[in-house]
Design a protein around this ligand. Sequence first.
Ligand SMILES: [Zn+2]
Length: 345
Amino acid sequence: MSEPASKRRRTESEEGGSDSETQKPFLFMNSVQRSKYWFDDGNVVLRAEGTLFRVHCSMMAHQSKVFKDMFGMPQPQEQTQDVMVEDCPVITLGDTGEDVEHILAVFYDNINALDLRQKMHFSQLSAFLRLGKKYEIEYLQNEALKLLRLDFPATLDAYDKTFAGDQVKYDFPRECGPFTPVILLALDHSIPSVLLSAYLTYVSSVTPRELFTGKEGDILTSSITAICALDRDRLLRCAFNIIQTWWAGLGACSNNSNSCTNNRRSATKELALMLYPSDTGMAPRLTPWNVYEGGERTGPMKTRLCATCMTGFKDRYEDARKELWKKLPGFFGLEEWEKLKDFDA
Ligand SMILES: [Zn+2]
């Protein structure tokens, strides 16, 4: 099968001058079309759904061990002789045409397709993961994983940076929001570290009603929606328990005055809403304190506090965020962070 096309017997299609007249049944389907990856000197045709790609065995084998093995094995009679297009054997893949096009773009257009200064579309990223795994193209899997981990990291420090900076390296599908496709991808490919921060971001950005009515499109199954709902609830209850202890943990203010006491009371209320947004029913966003700083504001609160009280509040808030982050895997029924193993571990 890897022999040059010119040495093989000519097919009826070539002799007839038009492949559409003499091809096997699937080629008569109206929906079959040639991809832009159709090289006249290609020696194998890949078929994915209704799209045909005429490419080079040597290129496919060089990129993928699975293709290498496939081409190295003698092909069944019906595959080499009965299904030919322009003298090339046709291999039918179980993938989508779009997915195959994404990986061929990397093989044949390389730097243009994989320019990380540009945002990658989510469909490209998920194709890299899916087909990278299936065809053992490790660098594609690793590239996708690297990008996912930038946006959905496994440490609170890194997660904070995604709040502060423009870390999102790919465009999300327009028809649904940014988080549910990542949740599904992380579940499909066993990437629990990405799953957790995607869960957190999702449940802290939708109300309970939106969670069940599918704000981001109805792509989550009911069992995943149930997980999100239950774990959002666990997160909220834990946040509430932490808030209960805030007042005691603050200690006395060295400026102990009536205004400090009153201000602390209203600041506690404000801060509690950050961590326990009971008005929306969303999970805590775990937004870092410094996001609120700037201008005249020195933290998330409108209440003016003396410097000592402010430091106390900031410390309590940051401690609470760290505690919630640490417990995050448990809320979602997973092992603690240190024991989580992504598929590449
Ligand atoms: Zn004070």
